[in-house]
Design a protein around this ligand. Structure first.
Ligand code: P5A
Ligand code: ZN
Length: 461
């Protein structure tokens, strides 16, 4: 919360629980993050759509499992002005039930498949767990949801894997480390056959789910009548997937790279990548100001997001101001720099200082921005991997998670009863089975039968 405030990301004082205000700097960060995922989706054949916020009750309530999962979380619109509505309208908690009746109108034959669309919208969920800015919201303002329809089960399975691949590339660009697991049956998305989820770690050692991809099978297709004519003239239900993420990703980004001073943003999404600070010296202000301006313009013309801080403040105050906001690179221009035809660059991630000759400015700055992205990513993965532990009995699982936090890898017999018992006896959650996990060895800590698999366990948000 302190960082949200001191870095001008959000104002958390909005008078409705679970709703928050994006501030200009925060919104710019959000938009850069969004444009990365949009680009990846577009490159893989997803088209952007925009559906309405309201869903009629009768349509919303068709898929029984979906309703069971969401009914406790839906906000209802019951009135239009003074009139009570004949049919209540749900504020979408997610858009399966808003989109799929329309898909039914669009899909006629095999030639209409696959459908691959996405939208970025707000959703409403009446969350009963403790709400938290950016992490557990009642109005999620930045819900990126993709929805697909396919002719076969295998294609839907392949689509879930494509989603995983896209999300991996996205989180790698952000330098946010993750584990990918297939969720256990009791933690599957309401209405899905199975769910795959990405989890990262918060600094307190708890995991945070930052994205999910679901294989919906034909569950929704059957209730909303999504049928297509095959090559042989038969009518069949489509197979579907959906996958989504929210501004929780931005929370993860901030928690992963931030330090005691505040934000530390990877250049790829930083609203301001380079800040130029003139360091005037009595009687020699003019050349310093001039060079600072020229340097700023030069970087701007090659597409660097650069800002000249020419406010009437002491340089030290400016340094701290931009450090708090996570600006990856600071260029100082003092009288000595002017004399030597150079600027002094200071990295936010390492605090390293170096002189850059003016004639090498563009190349060096671009190299530094690249290096900062890479360093943040490597640093984050290194500490993430150190937080993945092994444990083979209940006591060790408990002790490890209490003392060290993070994630434990546990052998498991794959019986649901042992899974729930593991959760009860350790007070931790099963994230699931790793998608690219290693083969099992050892025995299940509950029933002592031979383990079929490993599961990851953690304290979760
Ligand atoms: C997939 C997209 C769905 O809703 N329908 C369309 C599917 N999946 S989900 O797992 O329920 O949500 C996707 C991701 O959104 C984030 N999220 C939230 N973020 C902030 N506040 C919330 N209340 C909230 N609820 C879900 C999670 O990261 C989740 O993985
Ligand atoms: Zn067991």
């Amino acid at each position: 919360n302190g960082v949200l405030r001191s870095a001008d990301i959000m104002d958390t004082r909005y008078p409705v629980k679970g709703l928050y205000v994006w501030l200009p700097y925060g919104l710019r960060l959000r938009n850069h993050v969004l444009s990365l995922i949009k680009q990846l989706l577009e490159q893989t054949g997803h088209q952007e759509v925009l559906f309405p916020l309201l869903i009629p009750e009768d349509i919303f309530k068709k898929e029984a499992e979906h309703i069971r999962g969401f009914e406790g979380q839906v906000y209802w619109v019951t009135h239009g002005g003074l009139d009570e509505l004949d049919v209540k309208l749900a504020l979408r908690p997610t858009s399966e039930t808003s989109m799929y009746p329309m898909f039914a109108l669009w899909i006629r034959s095999h030639a209409d498949l696959p459908v691959k669309v996405y939208q970025v919208v707000n959703i409403f969920r009446y969350e009963t767990k403790m709400t938290k800015p950016m992490i557990r919201l009642r109005e999620v303002t930045t819900f990126k949801e993709a929805h697909t329809a396919h002719a076969t089960w295998d294609e839907a399975e392949a689509q879930v894997l494509e989603a995983v691949k896209i999300y991996k590339r996205f989180f790698d660009k952000l330098g946010v480390p993750y584990v990918v697991t297939k969720r256990p049956p009791w933690d599957t998305f309401a209405g899905a056959k199975y769910s795959v989820a990405f989890d990262t770690l918060a600094p307190d050692g708890k995991t945070l789910q930052i994205g999910t991809a679901h294989n919906l099978g034909q569950n929704f297709a059957k209730v909303y009548g999504l049928k297509f004519e095959t090559l042989k003239g038969k009518h069949q239900h489509v197979y579907q997937t959906s996958y989504g993420m929210s501004e929780r990703v931005i929370a993860a980004l901030m928690m992963t790279h931030g330090d005691d001073t505040g934000l530390c943003l990877p250049p790829i999404v930083a609203p301001i990548q380079v800040v130029v600070v003139p360091i005037p010296f009595k009687g020699r202000e003019a050349p310093v100001d001039h060079v600072a301006k020229v340097v700023t313009d030069e970087l701007a013309t090659v597409g660097v997001r650069v800002h000249l801080d020419d406010r009437d403040l002491r340089p030290g105050e400016k340094f701290y101001y931009w450090e708090r906001r996570g600006v990856p690179l600071r260029l100082e221009v003092g009288p000595e720099d002017v004399k030597k035809d150079q600027v002094t660059a200071v990295r936010r991630d390492t605090a390293e200082k170096q002189a850059i000759l003016r004639r090498e400015l563009r190349v060096k700055v671009e190299q530094l921005l690249y290096d900062i992205n890479a360093n943040l990513r490597e640093r984050a993965w290194k500490s993430f991997k150190e937080m993945i532990h092994e444990a083979a009995d209940v006591e060790t699982i408990k002790r490890t998670l209490e003392k060290k936090g993070g994630i434990v890898r546990v052998p498991w017999c794959e019986q649901e009863a042992c899974g729930t018992s593991l959760e009860e006896r350790t007070g931790a959650d099963i994230l699931g089975q790793e998608l690219e996990g290693k083969p099992a060895s050892g025995i299940c800590p509950i029933c002592s039968k031979k383990a079929k698999n490993y599961v990851l366990m953690a304290k979760t948000y």
